[in-house]
Structures are given as structure tokens and as C-alpha cells.
Design a protein around this ligand. Structure first.
Ligand code: ATP
Length: 468
């Protein structure tokens, strides 16, 4: 099931990824990690604005998935877990991608990302003679490529002072396993009845073969995953269908244009070993339609496997029907970095205003790094500056508010537009007399005069309306 058949029929929000990469660097959203040492591939650092954006994305997800629901509770499990977890989950045996290597330049590629191999089926990707059959060569120097071999994506380290085989532990490649092994702890302590969910946000690590496209594919990243425990069979299928529109609507609510979202169902031979059914929410990135979030019906694979391997009884007892069963799991697996990246791309606009280019991040106010900027019309008047600081300090008790006086007012507005600040408050000479200030709206650029004491309530009220 792909509900938008032609991938080129929908244009991306920006033509070139470079626009977003350079804005991110220039304005302090995202920097390459360890840049002064030449960087480290596929790790990115969030600057002053980026950390606000990503925190806001995580908060928005948590609100929708935990705070506003009565049937989902949170968890924050460790990144390092008992190594048996990853054997039982199947990650040690099969969490791998097909890797091919160039015989002349030694570059390595993920087979399904090579030009000419993007639409191969999962069965074809395992075929030893596939490189030869398709005549694939190295995109870098045209050299010969090796047959594909499976490359495990988990990072390992050693726990304790002895670095031998017995001390190997894995950096988690997903947060989900923490929810499965804590199923009983959470269910019993929270007294939740099925259906109920466990939500987690946290770092995951994957030794991706070909990371890239900025923060789209990283080796260290953050996930926002929810495991919904349900009755087996029909109930799981129904829950799966219910989560699909809900998750897609979340992206739309926070500003993603509906035409740049679609569902894509995994083909039977593409399904992960645990999955009964899987549908991705995809977004039209500047580099094509790609996964934003995976929604999976995982059957009883997770609790069933952990129960067998650990010897713990992970059955649920339903007091209403007096039945015991191993719950099935419906999972919604999203990436915090990928979501923040998507909101950033989709909010980007270039407009012409009075013959000048205006760059605006038309972000949902809840996601914007700063909610409000307080700006003096004349920075040489100490009373104006003092009033600005008093106002900013008061606003900052409730929202992220920033003061800026490093340019003329027109330029200050443009700077705030470019980082998505929904409201600017300007204090001028008249403010000293009439106790009113000008509030400017990012999107309409409309200005209104508001009494000082009403500014905070106006902003909190508009934020609340936008939250919906
Ligand atoms: P892909 O097919 O792109 O490798 P996946 O199907 O393995 O992804 P999942 O295991 O379903 O991805 O992970 C859930 C979510 O976590 C993804 O939808 C994505 O948003 C995020 N994610 C996964 N891998 C990465 C990564 N390397 N960098 C950033 N985010 C990631």
C-alpha cells in the first residue's frame, strides 16, 4: 500500500538540502561533531537553537503519547542492557544490512542505496550474484564491487575492567527492548490493564554502513518509541489500524504539509523477523520519499521470546475473562532527530517582501526554539533597554524569550523570522509614556499595540490555541 504512487509528483519543501544545512550551521541549530578535529562521520551536535527545537519535538511527542492519554505510561531504560536481551531479540543474529565493498578504492556501500539497486526486493538483496547480474560498479571510481555480505549494525563495548569475549555489551540499537524486559515491572506497578502502552525517548546507536543526508541517518541518534500491549490476533490488527492515522496526524498537527506525507507498507519479504505487518509513515525529503516513522504489528514475538529465554512468565492475566495470554505488541517507532529535521525542512519558506527576500521558518509555535523576542527600537535609551529586560525576564519565567539589540529593527525582525520566532515585541519611546508595546506576528507581519501587562497573556493564549 503506497497512497502516493508517483514519487516525483510531490515537490519537496526545499529543493536543496544545502539550504537547510547552511541555515542550521549559520544560526546554531546543528553542527558537525568534533569539527575542530575534522569531524566524526554521522554524529551531529545540536546548537543553542537546535537543542530547543529537539526538546520541543520530544515534549510534543510525550504530550501526545503519554500526558494526554490514560493508557500509556513512560519509561527511561538504560542504554546498556544484559547482552542476552540482544540475542533473544534477534539483533545479534540478524540486525544487519547488505554491505558491498569496492575492490579498488575500498569504499563500502549499503547495497540497497547504490544507484540501480534502490528498488531491489529483500530476497534479491540477499542474492550472492546480484552485483554481477545487475552490472553494479563503485559509484566513486567505477571499480568492481564484492558480493553482498551481512554487516551487523550494533556497536559493542566491554563492561568492567576485563576486555574479553565474556564482557561484551551492546549499545542499544533501539529503545523498544527496554520496554519489553520491563513489561511486568511497569504493568504491575502502574496497574494498567490491557490495552496499555509504554513510551520511551532516548539515544540509540547503529553502525550504519552509509550514513548521510545530514541528520537523516546518523550513527548516534534519538528515538521516540511506544510499545502498545494488546490482546492477540484481531485486537492487535485493530490497534495497528488505529495508530496509523493518529501518528500521521501528529506530524500534520505540528506543521508538515499533508501532501508530503504518505504511508508505505512493507512487502512480505521486507518484513523484519518479528513483524506481522509494517507500515512506514514516509516524508518527501529533498532526496526522495523516506521513512519518518515505522508502525509495526509485532505479534507475540517480543514477550514470547523473552519469556522463553529468561524463564520468566510474561503472561498477562485478564481478570474480566480469567484468561492468561502473552500480549501482542503494536509499536510506533519514530526518530527525534528525523522528526526535528522534517519540521525544519517543511517550515522553510522564502518570500518576497517589498522587493526583498524574506526567509521564514513558519514553524508551529510549540516547536519554535524561541517563542518571543523582545527588541528595543532605540538601544541608546537606557529606559527602553531596561524595560525590555524587565519584560523579557518576566516572559522567560514561562517561555523561551530572547533579547536582541545588535541591529536595526528591520534586521532584527528578519533574524527572528529566519529562526522561526512566532512573536516579536518592540519597545519604543512611546512605550515609556503609554505603557504599551508592539507585538509583531511572524507569519502575517501584522503589528498590534498591546498594554505591557497583557503581553504575556496574549502569547500564552496564542500558544495554547496553537497547541489545539
Ligand atoms: P532504515 O530502514 O531507514 O534503516 P529502520 O526501518 O531500520 O530504518 P526503525 O528500526 O524502524 O528504522 O527505527 C525507527 C525510527 O528511528 C526510524 O523511523 C527513524 O525515524 C529513526 N532512525 C532509525 N535509524 C536512524 C538513524 N540511523 N539515524 C536517525 N534516525 C534513525
Amino acid at each position: 500500500m503506497t497512497d502516493t504512487p508517483d514519487p516525483d509528483a510531490v515537490a519537496p519543501a526545499v529543493d536543496s538540502l544545502d539550504t537547510i544545512v547552511s541555515l542550521s550551521k549559520r544560526r546554531g541549530f546543528i553542527f558537525p561533531s568534533s569539527e575542530i578535529y575534522g569531524g566524526i562521520n554521522a554524529v551531529w551536535d545540536y546548537g543553542p537553537l537546535g537543542v530547543e527545537l529537539k526538546n520541543n519535538v520530544k515534549r510534543a511527542w510525550w504530550r501526545a503519547m503519554v500526558q494526554e492519554r490514560t493508557d500509556i505510561v513512560g519509561l527511561d531504560a538504560g542504554i546498556l542492557m544484559h547482552p542476552q536481551v540482544w540475542i533473544t531479540s534477534g539483533h545479534v543474529g540478524s540486525f544487519s544490512d547488505p554491505l558491498v565493498e569496492c575492490g579498488s578504492c575500498q569504499r563500502r556501500y549499503r547495497l540497497d542505496e547504490l544507484p540501480g539497486a534502490e528498488s531491489l526486493s529483500a530476497t534479491e538483496l540477499r542474492e550472492t550474484g546480484i552485483v554481477e547480474r545487475l552490472g553494479l560498479v563503485c559509484p566513486n571510481d567505477g571499480g568492481p564491487l564484492s558480493p553482498p555480505r551481512r554487516f551487523n549494525l550494533m556497536f559493542t563495548t566491554h563492561m568492567g575492567p576485563v576486555e574479553d569475549d565474556g564482557s561484551v555489551v551492546y549499545f542499544r540499537p533501539e529503545t523498544a527492548q527496554g520496554s519489553y524486559v520491563n513489561f511486568k515491572n511497569v504493568q504491575q506497578s502502574s496497574r494498567k490493564k490491557i490495552p496499555f502502552g509504554i513510551a520511551q525517548i532516548g539515544k540509540s546507536f547503529r553502525n550504519e554502513i552509509s550514513p548521510g543526508n545530514f541528520v537523516f541517518r546518523m550513527r548516534e541518534f534519538e528515538q521516540m518509541e511506544m510499545q502498545y500491549f494488546v490482546r492477540p490476533g484481531e485486537a492487535a490488527a485493530t490497534a495497528f489500524e488505529e495508530w496509523l492515522p493518529r501518528r500521521r496526524a501528529w506530524y500534520e498537527h505540528y506543521g508538515v504539509a499533508p501532501q508530503r506525507l504518505r504511508f508505505r507498507e512493507h512487502a512480505p519479504d521486507e518484513l523484519a523477523h518479528y513483524a506481522q505487518k509494517a507500515i512506514d509513515v514516509e516524508y518527501r525529503f529533498p532526496f526522495g520519499w523516506k521513512e519518518l516513522e515505522g508502525i509495526h504489528n509485532r505479534g507475540d514475538f517480543d514477550l514470547g521470546s523473552h519469556a522463553r529465554a529468561s524463564g520468566e512468565n510474561l503472561e498477562y492475566f485478564d481478570p474480566a475473562t480469567e484468561e492468561r495470554f502473552v500480549p501482542w505488541v503494536v509499536e510506533t517507532a519514530a526518530g527525534a532527530d528525523r522528526a526535528a529535521f522534517t519540521f525544519l525542512i517543511d517550515a522553510y519558506r522564502e518570500e518576497e517582501v517589498r522587493g526583498e527576500k524574506r526567509v521564514v521558518l513558519g514553524m508551529h509555535p510549540e516547536l519554535a526554539p524561541y517563542k518571543v523576542a523582545v527588541l528595543p527600537l532605540l538601544k541608546k535609551r537606557p529606559e527602553i533597554v531596561a524595560l525590555c529586560h524587565r519584560l523579557r525576564d518576566d516572559l522567560a519565567r514561562d517561555v523561551m524569550a530572547v533579547y536582541d539589540d545588535t541591529a536595526a529593527i528591520g534586521k532584527l525582525y528578519r533574524r527572528q523570522d529566519e529562526i522561526g520566532t512566532p512573536w516579536c515585541v518592540t519597545v519604543d519611546v512611546e512605550s515609556l509614556e503609554d505603557g504599551a508595546v508592539t507585538v509583531r506576528d511572524r507569519d502575517t507581519m501584522a503589528q498590534e499595540r498591546v498594554p505591557l501587562e497583557g503581553v504575556k497573556w496574549l502569547i500564552l493564549d496564542r500558544l495554547s490555541v496553537a497547541r489545539g
